[in-house]
Ligand binder design. Structure first.
Ligand code: SF4
Ligand code: SF4
Length: 285
């Protein structure tokens, strides 16, 4: 009898970076839940004072990291703002919700710009026009940076091609005219290269000037290696062990504090091992 093999349903690849980010967010929330106890528990010994410093510093760096990678998302890569170019064929840039369109319109008026020059209305949806930022027909994507343009999280190159046009609000010098009120789609845009470099910066591994003399292809390669930090099983286990060790330190700090020295030693050891292995993966010493 002929054997039939049933094909297993392929699982979509897991987004390890987002997963990691989510766990950091949960951890900072967990520390906040114990915040009152931590702040009111005055240091009685040197170990207590040291543990307090580690806890406060870890909470602050977790918060700053989550903010910079989720809500703030200022990209440190000077790639020529490739994410502000769009395919010319459709002639439409970023979609604007009604509230965004209103906010941006009033800002444009303050800047002395004509709303109709920057915002385009398209087909009706539910009786209302959909609004988009216009594209600048006089400004094509520059060819040189396009050759090594950043990649999306899925590993694809950005969707732009040689005929792509800039968003109407992209100023010379690749600066967004409305950066602080830029639409949600711009804030939430996922670019692997940008996200990984921002992670390296907020984790204190690089300073922005580290990228100054790097070619686009080198930065993309670094982003690829950086993603391995989150997908590598050994690194994920190390990260989990650090989380557990940190939580145990907080609990010990809130309890009698007898084993604080041992807890601190364990946490510092795990963290330095993590940094060393991360440096090996990134090839940054
Ligand atoms: S609104 Fe600003 S950030 Fe968004 S695409 Fe236009 S120039 Fe870029
Ligand atoms: S998010 Fe990506 S495309 Fe946009 S500026 Fe940063 S690296 Fe360039």
């Amino acid at each position: 009898m002929r054997k039939t093999t049933r094909r297993r349903k392929e699982k979509p690849p897991k987004d390890f970076f987002t997963d990691w980010l989510y766990r950091k967010h949960l951890l900072s929330g967990w520390v906040d839940c114990h915040g009152k106890g931590i702040l009111s528990n005055r240091a009685k010994t040197r170990a207590h004072a040291r543990a307090f410093g580690i806890i406060v510093e870890t909470r602050a760096s977790l918060g700053a990291m989550v903010k910079s990678l989720v809500s703030n998302r200022r990209c440190i890569v000077d790639c020529g703002s490739m994410c502000c170019y769009f395919p010319a064929g459709r002639g439409l840039g970023v979609y604007l919700s009604e509230a965004e369109a209103e906010k941006i319109s009033s800002l444009l008026r303050e800047m002395g710009l004509e709303e109709k020059d920057c915002i385009k209305e398209s087909a009706l949806k539910g009786g209302k026009p959909m609004r988009y930022l216009r594209l600048d027909k006089s400004r094509r994507v520059p060819k040189k940076p396009l050759a090594s343009s950043p990649k999306l999280l899925s590993g694809e190159k950005l969707w732009i091609g040689e005929s792509s046009l800039a968003c109407m609000l992209l100023r010379g010098g690749n600066v967004c005219r409305i950066y602080d009120v830029r639409p949600r789609s711009c804030r939430a845009f996922i670019c692997k290269t940008g996200d990984m470099m921002n992670y390296l910066f907020s984790a204190g591994v690089i300073v922005p000037s580290y990228l100054d003399d790097k070619k686009g292809s080198e930065i993309n390669d670094l982003a690829d290696r950086c993603l391995l930090v989150f997908s590598d099983e050994g690194m994920r286990k190390r990260d989990s062990r650090i989380t557990v060790a940190f939580m145990e330190l907080v609990k010990e700090y809130l309890k009698d504090g007898k084993n604080l020295d041992a807890r601190i030693k364990e946490l510092v050891g795990l963290a330095s091992e993590y940094d060393k292995k991360r440096g090996e993966i990134l090839r940054i010493v």
